[in-house]
Write a new protein. Structure first.
Length: 132
């Protein structure tokens, strides 16, 4: 497995698990039975950090839709370089940091983590276009 595919796999698994903290919060805040029932039109009560974690998870999912095809194209076209290998690692840790920082409510650091992840995606896109 290439480095890019390995880190894509880890990124997918990480994104798929981002729901765990806020669902655990839902269990604590609402109680087990209410948390497991189908929600009504009103959203479940959540701690403030958990509400932010939901938004961070949504953002991670939205960005995975961009990241995954870039990685798959890099792999399928044989364009792997040390730069693309570094970009996928940076992307993973930027997204992990973004989730934690967003949930913690640290605004400037959240933006920095987002921009670092975006930059990693830009490296992949520019590689595909032959510009780096």
């Amino acid at each position: 497995m290439s480095t890019e595919l390995y880190w894509l796999t880890l990124t997918i698994i990480m994104t798929a698990l981002f729901w765990v903290p806020y669902v655990l919060d839902r269990l604590v805040v609402n109680g087990t039975i209410p948390a497991l029932l189908n929600p009504g039109p009103e959203p479940s009560r959540q701690s403030r950090w958990a509400a932010r974690a939901i938004k961070a998870h949504e953002n991670a999912s939205e960005n995975l839709v961009i990241f995954a095809p870039l990685v798959l194209m890099i792999h399928s076209l044989g364009l792997s370089t040390a730069r693309t290998e570094l970009a996928v690692v940076v992307y993973f840790f930027a997204r992990l940091a973004h989730f934690g920082i967003y949930a913690a409510g640290v605004p400037v650091a959240r933006t920095v983590a987002f921009v670092i992840g975006w930059g990693a995606q830009a490296v992949l896109a520019l590689t595909l276009l032959g510009l780096v």
